[in-house]
Design a protein around this ligand. Structure first.
Ligand code: PMV
Length: 320
């Protein structure tokens, strides 16, 4: 019983930050994201009566620290009485560094685990299961532009528009490849418990979501740029105002922001977004992609660039 799935990471324009229910991993707010095409995580799950415990290999090396979360994800998808599993994950980008590796990893794990166990869940259910492991993973079950709606007692995912209907380009400027100091789950709890801005963050989210949704449907780049940068900077502001404060940027992150501001002043259609890590993602129209990547490559402190378009939903690639 073996299945392999691939999922692409996604990047939120309107950020998910904060948990409403930690036990069930329900987000405090809705979010809107794009799924990337060029970055990916491939996960294979083998269920076997010969295994005495779960085993996890990440990029070819056994990984104990991440095993409990992956095992819990399999328990949720298959049921706790399941056979033990050997899980192997391979990513073509740095993991746990603010590049949404948990989104692609848990989305692919969910799809592979369900298939290995012969369970035929629909996409919405797979997204809910992936979301229990990592909030943002739910969005990688969808390609192109997706919205996670946080209503009632559950999450609902809706496809806003297909990947090829607005072919935005993303230039990822990697400024540091080491793991981030505080993982998102722990950081979100510190935020909820200590930030003086928790209530206003929640209160304003619906308005940001509405503006972004409208901008995407109408292909209004300037409007999307303004609200996405606002959501990003607001999220980092509430991180800074948590106790202890969480500062994910380094000096190169700031320099990349200045580069984007300069490109905007020169007339490029580009905006930035930054997640829980020091990498900057510049989102632009295809005609400006070359200028954006050249300017970011020349920005001091940028170690590596990754270019991506918008990509497909998580999917099964093989099953035996
Ligand atoms: O929901 P999580 O635990 O995967 O964390 C996502 C947090 C951010 O990447 C910072 C924002 C987002 O919406 O992707």
């Amino acid at each position: 019983m073996q299945a392999t799935a691939i999922a692409q990471p996604n990047i939120a324009f309107i950020k998910d930050w904060g948990k409403r229910d930690v036990e069930r991993n329900l987000p405090a707010v809705g979010s809107i994201s794009i799924t990337l095409s060029e970055l990916y995580t491939e996960v294979s799950v083998v269920l076997s009566p010969e295994l005495r415990s779960d085993e996890l290999f990440v990029n070819g090396e056994e990984n104990q620290p991440m095993l409990p979360r992956i095992s819990r994800c399999l328990d949720n998808v298959i049921g706790a009485q399941r056979l033990r599993a050997r899980i192997a994950s391979q990513s073509n980008f740095p993991i746990a560094a603010g590049l949404a590796s948990s989104a692609s990893a848990f989305a692919a794990t969910t799809v592979a685990a369900a298939s290995a166990a012969d369970l035929s869940y629909g996409t919405e259910e797979l997204a809910r299961l992936a979301g229990q492991a990592s909030g943002s993973a739910a969005r990688s079950l969808y390609g192109g532009f997706a919205e996670l709606k946080n209503s009632n007692d559950t999450i609902n995912l809706i496809a806003l528009c297909e990947a090829d209907s607005w072919p935005l380009q993303v230039v990822v400027a990697i400024t540091e490849t080491g793991p981030k100091p505080t993982g998102s789950t722990a950081a979100m709890e510190i935020f909820r418990e200590t930030s003086p801005f928790y209530a206003s963050w929640i209160e304003q989210q619906d308005q940001d979501l509405e503006i972004a949704r409208h901008a995407i449907v109408q292909r209004e780049f300037a409007q999307l740029a303004t609200v996405a940068e606002h959501s990003c900077l607001k999220m980092h502001s509430v991180m800074w105002a948590s106790r202890p404060p969480m500062v994910y940027w380094n000096s190169a992150t700031m320099r990349c922001m200045q580069t984007v501001r300069r490109l905007q002043a020169d007339g490029c259609s580009v905006f930035f977004t930054i997640d829980a890590g020091p990498q900057l993602k510049a989102v632009c129209l295809p005609e400006d992609a070359e200028a954006v990547s050249k300017a970011l490559a020349e920005t001091p402190g940028v170690q590596q660039l990754m270019m991506s378009g918008l990509g497909p939903a998580a999917r099964l690639v093989s099953k035996t």
